[in-house]
Design a protein. Structure first.
Length: 254
């Protein structure tokens, strides 16, 4: 499989080499360029990136600590493959923390940050390219975390999101429309200041994605109902203001 992973990003000349290599490899994994189970050979990666093997080795160790790479004796590094039980546990914890994140966002009511969240949602309306879906999904969730304004929670959710992308990424394009609608429903609840609804929708967003994964059985009780219809029908405290988010088109994986 031929993969282009580049480190020539803006500001690259001022960033430590290992960090650039880390971001390049992580980006390749999260965009599905390195599928689960694929070996990550130091020599091949160093040649592709045009660097020595040392920063590649260090980057792989960091990715192993994040849970997206597995390093085994005599086999080396490979993209992590989660068991069904591990995937279920990740989904359950992420759904719980995403719910708290959305609740806080609805409570904080920072107009400037909410406006940025809305702009990101609007800009992602017609995306179908897999790489762009990933990037725009990251932007959306980071913007939602900005509104929530809890740095500890942001780091925890980000770590879980990185790992669950390995589970959800193959379904990104198939769920693009539904993901956008779920994001839009969350934004409506946040704008309305309806913390309970925002939290419920955020949890359902994760559970709906897990329901589309073949063989993954997550017991989520009431929270697994289809989010698009629930978000559209649920009442909010500010009525017309909450309905300002228009129904357009797709964005990324959860």
């Amino acid at each position: 499989m031929s993969i282009e992973v580049k480190v020539d990003k803006p500001g690259a000349a001022h960033a430590p080499l290992t960090k650039l290599v880390l971001e390049a490899i992580r980006d390749g994994i999260l965009k599905g360029e390195f599928p689960p189970g694929e070996r990550l050979v130091e020599a091949h990666l160093s040649e592709r990136l045009g660097v020595s093997r040392m920063p590649v080795r260090e980057a792989l160790r960091v990715l192993a600590s994040e849970g997206v790479v597995t390093i085994e004796p005599r086999r080396g590094a490979s993209v992590t493959v989660f068991s069904d039980e591990q995937a279920r546990e990740l989904v359950e914890v992420r759904a719980t923390l995403e719910s708290l994140n959305a609740k806080l966002a609805a409570c904080r009511q920072d107009p400037e940050r909410i406006a940025r969240l809305q702009r990101i949602l609007d800009a992602s309306a017609n995306t179908s390219d897999t790489a762009k879906l990933h990037d725009e999904n990251e932007l959306f969730h980071e913007a939602l975390a900005d509104v929530a304004a809890n740095s500890v929670l942001r780091d925890m959710v980000r770590s879980l999101r990185v790992r669950t992308v390995l589970i959800f990424a193959p379904l990104s394009r198939a769920r693009a429309r539904q993901n956008w609608e779920e994001h839009a429903a969350i934004v409506r609840a946040v704008i309305a200041g309806d913390a309970e609804l925002a939290g419920l929708l955020a949890a359902r967003h994760v559970y709906n994605a897990s329901a589309a994964v073949p063989g993954l059985d997550v017991n989520h009780g009431e929270d697994g109902v289809n989010v698009a219809s629930a978000g559209a029908a649920a009442p909010t405290r500010t009525g017309m203001r909450a309905a300002e988010t228009t129904d357009r088109a797709p964005t990324a994986s959860p």
